[in-house]
Design a protein around this ligand. Structure first.
Ligand code: NAD
Length: 248
């Protein structure tokens, strides 16, 4: 994959769920482009420290904040810190799977997915829009192809991700007049820990169903995020960019 050269020097970003997978690729791409980046992580202190160390080899621009979005006090703590910063970009990336058929799904499986994907989005956007209005920044929300096409075993996740898309479209109409953009990106199947429990033979079948015949890379989602944040997308708001190798 060839790398586009982005320049985000002087910009400040917050990335939720940034310690691994797609979030870590976004943090790395933003840091490489010169942005100051604050990222949240739920539990894995070692992974967060390793990412900070890698990104900060040349500059001191990346900071990690522990926050479990199923705990309102943790979100409050992050928001209290971020509201004081000149944030230009908010990337709502944190998400989790609790896949089961509906008849086996526990209320906790439903609730946790909604807390991390939707309730955190509500709080973070509500609290940071006053900052973005000042900086004329913008927001990217990571949705999913499941929120568009639906997926067996994912009534919680797919409905939450469809909610992310509806949230994005609605808020775009509210904050567009203030000069603040908000967009969603809907990845298809991307090689991260989220897919680690899928058997190899199932993965092979998934690949056969994808026109580009492979799973996506976290870096490919990161590049789409940077494009959407950048001035190259200055007339784009309320949209959902599907990045799925042609699957949908
Ligand atoms: P991942 O499991 O590697 O990373 C998920 C991130 O969310 C982690 O950084 C984790 O710390 C964070 N997170 C999980 N539970 C949390 C909690 N309780 N509180 C705060 N943060 C929490 O998965 P990924 O593939 O990198 O997923 C990143 C985003 O992309 C998610 O929103 C996911 O739904 C979405 N997505 C992934 C795929 C895929 O195929 N991998 C496809 C479509 C959409």
């Amino acid at each position: 994959m060839s790398q586009v050269i982005w320049n985000f020097e002087g910009k400040t970003a917050i990335v939720t769920g940034g310690s691994r997978g797609i979030g870590a690729a976004i943090v790395q791409a933003l840091a490489k482009a010169g942005a100051r980046v604050y990222f949240t992580y739920a539990k894995d202190v070692q992974a967060a420290k390793a990412l900070v160390a890698t990104c900060n080899e040349k500059t001191e621009l990346v900071y990690a904040i522990q926050a479990d979005f199923t705990k309102p006090a943790d979100i409050e703590n992050v928001m209290t810190q971020m509201e004081k910063m000149p944030i230009d970009y908010v990337i709502n990336n944190a998400g989790l799977l609790r896949d089961r058929p509906l008849y086996k799904m526990d209320p906790e499986d439903w609730q946790q997915v909604y807390q991390v994907s939707i309730e955190a989005l509500f709080t973070i956007c509500k609290r940071l829009i006053p900052v973005l209005t000042k900086t004329q920044g913008n927001i990217v929300n990571i949705a999913s192809i499941s929120g568009i096409s639906g997926q067996a075993g994912q009534v919680n996740y797919a409905s939450a991700k469809a909610g992310v898309i509806g949230f994005t479209k609605s808020l775009a109409k509210e904050i567009g007049p203030m000069g603040v953009r908000i967009n969603a990106i809907a990845p298809g199947y991307i090689e991260t820990d989220m897919l680690k429990d899928i058997q190899d033979k199932v993965k092979k079948k998934m690949q056969r169903d994808i026109p580009l015949r492979r799973l996506g890379l976290p870096q490919e989602i990161a590049q789409s995020v940077l494009y959407t944040l950048s001035d190259a997308a200055s007339y784009t708001t309320g949209s959902t960019l599907v990045v799925d190798g042609g699957m949908y």
